[in-house]
Design a binder for this molecule. Structure first.
Ligand code: HEM
Length: 106
């Protein structure tokens, strides 16, 4: 749905202080998010993740839509020990739109 992707691109402004996605994207404060939908957690090359994120990936966490939605709603409640310093997205509609946007780069 192109409209949802466009809405997600706008909402992604909340993430841009730390994350990049798209052509030429690099890891900064947060890991690059190209290909994140369907990827194993904690797997961006060269990024120094928290122990919690590495352990979650090793235990088999894959960022499908359901897991992403739960993480983005309340990162620190979802994953004790994550170093993602972000309170979370309150609106389900924003979460849905951001996931559609990330999916368009996955
Ligand atoms: C990790 C998404 C906002 C910093 C992640 C991951 C995702 C994500 C999917 C896991 C990546 C992976 O497993 O490779 C988002 C989205 C955001 C957002 C969609 C906006 C709604 C932020 C902000 C910051 C941040 C604002 C910085 C203040 C980080 C860091 C990690 C991370 C440092 C690594 C966490 C760890 O190793 O525990 N983010 N993020 N993120 N994000 Fe964000």
């Amino acid at each position: 749905d192109p409209e949802l992707v466009a809405k997600g691109e706008k909402t992604f402004k909340k993430c841009k202080a730390c994350h990049q996605v798209g052509e030429g994207a690099k890891s900064k404060t947060g890991p690059v998010l190209n290909g994140i939908v369907g990827a194993q957690a904690g797997a961006a090359e060269g990024f120094r993740y928290s122990k919690a994120m590495v352990a979650a990936g090793d235990a088999g966490l894959v960022w499908n839509e359901e897991e992403l939605a739960a993480f983005l709603a309340k990162p620190k409640a979802y994953m004790k020990g994550t170093k993602m310093a972000f309170a979370g997205l309150k609106k389900d509609a924003d979460i849905e739109a951001i996931i559609a946007y990330l999916q368009s780069h996955s």
